[in-house]
Design a protein around this ligand. Structure first.
Ligand code: HEM
Length: 337
């Protein structure tokens, strides 16, 4: 963002690269340089799939799978998946060549070590095989990059749209943290900033339909009989924007998460990560990332609309993809003294 020198830029790439590097550190044990084309192409391809995956033609394909061979967007998605899979396999093979059981660099190392020990002991039906490794790494990137990146981008856009709210966040960060690097423990001392992050997640509503689930037995719910094996799509949006739960369900109103003394309050209807047994696996990581990225960025930069663009022009509707993204826009990041 420094390199933009306060000029208007699209936040998608820098934010996605930063967030993807967190997953890279956990999975591979190292991060990539932002100038590394191997890395940037991989993230850009994943991002293209999120965008194209929500297109009208792919929605039609979901209903009429026989359309598949005629759809350009399906070809793009498959091409991107295959390219990224190849790159992932190269990275995994590189880790395998330098594997040291006494120095595990990340998730892949731990998986490979377990795989080797189960192969050695002759265990049949092990879960630790190559296909599961590839799918687990893919899932961690797919589930952990676009979700957190999109939420952060909504947050920055909302700060540019509502500068008086950005003023209050920056006043709080300056007063409590000053110039040092923010740490997770700061969250409880920053109730307003915490409320702004929660309200961003509530309003942005990036996974409105959660993921589909299937009933494992017959159930009667709210008077409706649902047969075993029925696909159920839980609408997180119906809770995140429930008018009986939120004072201003369709507005950006951080006070939803503050009491009259300005202290942070948890709300039961806040469930952007879903609920129950299959609740988001990465919730605590995502919450940590959102807090650290958001406070660090707001500590260093003032986010504004480009010259000649008013806050009203930043719309809150969003664009449907696999996640709900902010509509295309540019922001300026002005370095704070
Ligand atoms: C703001 C960020 C995020 C949001 C809003 C979010 C939201 C969700 C939602 C709604 C689900 C579906 C839960 C269900 O089936 O009921 C889910 C599942 C999942 N998420 Fe996240 N997520 C985020 C970040 C992450 C991160 C950083 C990771 C990774 C490390 C991650 C990994 C997963 C996985 C693996 C699942 C599937 C869990 C399962 O089926 O048991 N998510 N997430």
């Amino acid at each position: 963002m420094n390199d933009e020198h306060g000029k208007p830029f699209d936040t998608t790439q820098p934010v996605n690269y930063a967030v993807s590097n967190i997953i890279s550190s956990i999975v591979y044990g190292s991060r990539f340089e932002y100038t590394d084309p191997q890395f940037t192409e991989m993230v850009d391809r994943a991002n293209e799939n999120v965008r194209v995956g929500g297109s009208t033609s792919m929605m039609l394909y979901n209903i009429f799978p026989w359309l598949g061979p005629f759809l350009k967007n399906k070809k793009i998605i498959i091409h991107n998946i295959l390219q990224n899979r190849q790159q992932m396999m190269n990275l995994i093979n590189g880790l395998l060549d330098t594997l040291n059981p006494h120095d595990r660099r990340g998730f892949v190392d731990s998986f490979l070590i377990r795989k080797q020990s189960e192969e050695k002991s002759g265990k049949k039906d092990s879960y630790f095989h190559q296909d599961n490794l590839i799918m687990s790494v893919t899932n961690l990137f797919v589930a952990g990059t676009d979700t957190t990146g999109t939420t952060l981008r909504w947050g920055l856009m909302l700060m540019a749209k509502y500068p008086h709210i950005q003023d209050r966040v920056q006043e709080e960060i300056d007063r409590v943290i000053g110039g040092r690097q923010p740490v997770v423990e700061d969250r409880k001392k920053l109730p307003y900033t915490d409320a702004v992050i929660h309200e961003t997640q509530r309003l942005a509503n990036i996974v409105p339909l959660s993921l589909p689930h299937v009933t494992t037995c017959d159930v009667t719910f709210n008077g409706y009989f649902i047969k075993k094996g029925t696909t159920v799509i839980p609408l997180l949006m119906s809770v995140l924007k429930d008018p009986s739960e939120w004072e201003k369900p369709n507005s950006f109103y951080p006070e939803h998460f503050l009491d009259e003394k300005g202290q942070f309050v948890k709300r039961d209807a806040f469930m952007p990560f879903s609920a129950g047994r299959r609740v988001c696996l990465g919730e605590s990581l995502a919450r940590m990332e959102l807090f650290l990225f958001f406070t660090s960025l707001l500590q260093s930069y003032r986010f504004t609309t480009p010259p000649g663009v008013s806050g009203d022009e930043l719309d809150l509707k969003g664009v449907v993809g696999i996640t709900l993204n902010p509509s295309p826009h540019k922001l300026c990041a002005i370095r704070r003294s």
